[in-house]
Design a protein around this ligand. Structure first.
Ligand code: F3S
Length: 429
C-alpha cells in the first residue's frame, strides 16, 4: 500500500483505492507523489472548461509516452476535459532542404501520426487545436479568473496566471494530462494565495516602451522562478487589458518563463490581481530590481552568439514564438510593405516564416492583409519553430528571430523587432 500524507476527500481516496480501476488509481498516486514533493497537503478540483497539453510531437525517442497513452486509452482513462495542445513540429510549407526533410520525417518525428491519433482518442478539441496560444479568441481555450488548471506549456501557464488570473503551476508534460484525467491537481505554489505574492519589485525606468521580449528576458534571468510585481510598465501599456496590452504581455511573459522560470507576474494597475489588490501582493521582504535603458542594453549585449560564422548571412527568420496574434500579423504586414517600398525591394531579403495558431491563420486569411503579406514572400505556418530548430542540422543554420524563447533553447540569434525589420527589408545588420 502506497503511503502518503495528503488529506484526501472520500472520492479521491476511492479513486486511489482502485474504485475507478487500476489505471486511474495509478494516475492518482502519481499526482499525489508529485504534489508531496512540493509540500502539497491536499488535491483540489480542476475547474477550467478545457485543458492544454504541452506534448505535441511524435518524437521517435519517446516510446514510453506512446505506450502510456495506449494504456490510458485502453483503460478508458480519458481526459475529463477536451484539450488543445502545443503546435505541430512539421509543416511542408516551411523551407527545409532534402536532408532536413529526411531527418524530420524518418529519424525525428516518426511517431507523429500515431501520437496525433492517440490525442484524438484522449480528447483533442479539434484537428486545428495545435497552438501554444490556445487563449486567443479564435482558438477559444480561455480560462476564467480563479479557474484551477492542469497546464504545463510555460508560455501559456504564465499568460493564464498573470493576464487571465487563473491558477496553474508550471507542471510538466504528462502530469498536465494526468491532472485532467483524474480531475484533481495538488494544491501548492501558484494555486495558493501565498504562492501568488511577489518576491520582487521591478521598477521600470526606461525612456521608451521596452521591447517586450527583452524586458521579459531581463526580468526572467533576475528573478528566476520567483513572482515579480512590476511598477511603471503601465506608463507604456496603459490601464486596460486591451488587445495591444495582451499581445505585449504574451511575448513578455514567454520570455520571463523561458529565460527564467517565471509562472506568474503582476503588472501594477493592469493585470487582474494587481488591479484589485495593489501593493498588498508584495511580500514584506521583497527585493528590488531597477530596469533602465542601460540595463536592457546590458542584457542584450550579453546574449551569447553561438553561430559558427558570426557574420553569416541569415538563411531563415522565424517570427511567432509564441504564436502571433491577428493584430501582430496585420501590423507586420504594414511594416514589411512599407520597409520594402522605402528600400526599393519587392520581396523580403531573408526567407521568413510567421507562425500563428491555425484558427488565427484562418481569420487572417479572411482579411486583405493575408494576400498582401504573401506578396512580400513571407510564409505563414502553424509550426513550432523550436521543433524545427532542435536538431544538429537546423542548429547549424544561421537563423534569426525576435523570440527570446527561441534564442534561449536553440542557436537562433536574437534581434529586436526593429532590427529584424531592417534585415528583412533592407539587408545588412
Ligand atoms: Fe510556442 Fe513552440 Fe515557441 S510551443 S512558445 S512556438 S517554442
Amino acid at each position: 500500500m502506497f503511503e502518503h500524507h495528503m488529506r484526501l476527500t472520500e472520492e479521491q481516496q476511492a479513486i486511489l483505492d482502485g474504485g475507478k480501476g487500476e489505471t486511474l488509481s495509478k494516475v492518482m498516486e502519481t499526482l499525489i507523489r508529485y504534489g508531496e514533493l512540493f509540500g502539497a497537503e491536499k488535491m483540489v478540483p480542476v475547474t477550467s472548461e478545457y485543458n492544454h497539453l504541452v506534448t505535441s510531437f511524435g518524437l521517435k525517442a519517446m516510446g514510453a509516452v506512446y505506450e502510456l497513452m495506449d494504456t490510458l486509452i485502453g483503460a478508458g482513462a480519458l481526459s475529463g476535459q477536451k484539450f488543445s495542445v502545443d503546435p505541430k513540429p512539421l509543416d511542408p510549407n516551411v523551407p527545409a532542404n532534402f536532408i532536413q526533410n529526411i531527418v524530420f520525417n524518418h529519424f525525428m518525428y516518426t511517431e507523429q501520426e500515431r501520437y496525433e491519433a492517440q490525442l484524438r482518442n484522449l480528447g483533442l478539441l479539434s484537428d486545428s487545436a495545435f497552438t501554444c496560444t490556445c487563449y486567443m479568441d479564435a482558438v477559444g481555450n480561455i480560462p476564467k479568473k480563479g479557474d484551477v488548471l492542469s497546464w504545463s506549456e510555460s508560455s501559456a501557464v504564465v499568460y493564464a496566471n498573470s493576464v487571465l488570473g487563473a491558477r496553474c503551476n508550471r507542471n510538466s508534460g504528462i502530469i498536465d494530462l494526468m491532472g485532467s484525467i483524474v480531475g484533481y491537481v495538488p494544491y501548492f505554489g501558484l494555486l495558493t494565495d501565498e504562492g501568488r505574492k511577489a518576491d520582487w519589485i521591478v521598477e521600470i525606468k526606461t525612456t521608451k516602451k521596452p521591447e517586450a521580449q527583452l524586458l521579459g528576458s531581463a526580468i526572467g534571468m533576475k528573478v528566476m522562478e520567483d513572482v515579480p510585481y512590476i511598477r511603471g510598465l503601465d506608463t507604456w501599456l496603459g490601464n486596460e487589458m486591451n488587445d495591444e496590452a495582451c499581445t505585449y504581455l504574451k511575448d513578455f511573459g514567454a520570455a520571463t518563463a523561458s529565460n527564467g522560470a517565471v509562472g506568474l507576474y503582476h503588472v501594477a494597475n493592469l493585470t487582474p490581481e494587481a488591479a484589485e489588490q495593489g501593493e498588498s501582493l508584495i511580500k514584506p521582504d521583497a527585493r528590488v530590481y531597477v530596469i533602465d535603458d542601460a540595463e536592457l542594453q546590458r542584457v542584450y549585449d550579453n546574449y551569447p552568439i553561438i553561430w559558427k560564422d558570426k557574420s553569416a548571412k541569415p538563411k531563415l527568420c522565424f517570427m511567432g514564438c509564441p504564436h502571433m496574434s491577428l493584430q501582430q500579423l496585420k501590423d507586420w504586414t504594414d511594416k514589411i510593405e512599407k520597409g520594402l517600398e522605402e528600400n526599393g525591394h519587392e520581396k523580403v531579403l531573408v526567407p521568413t516564416v510567421f507562425t500563428a495558431a491555425p484558427a488565427v491563420l484562418k481569420q487572417f486569411e479572411g482579411t486583405p492583409y493575408c494576400q498582401r503579406l504573401k506578396n512580400t514572400g513571407v510564409i505563414l505556418s502553424y509550426i513550432c519553430p523550436l521543433m524545427y530548430m532542435n536538431n544538429p542540422l537546423s542548429g547549424k543554420m544561421p537563423v534569426i528571430t525576435s523570440s527570446n524563447k527561441l534564442r534561449t533553447y536553440t542557436s537562433a540569434r536574437y534581434y529586436t523587432d526593429d532590427e529584424i525589420l531592417v534585415q528583412l527589408t533592407k539587408g545588412g545588420r
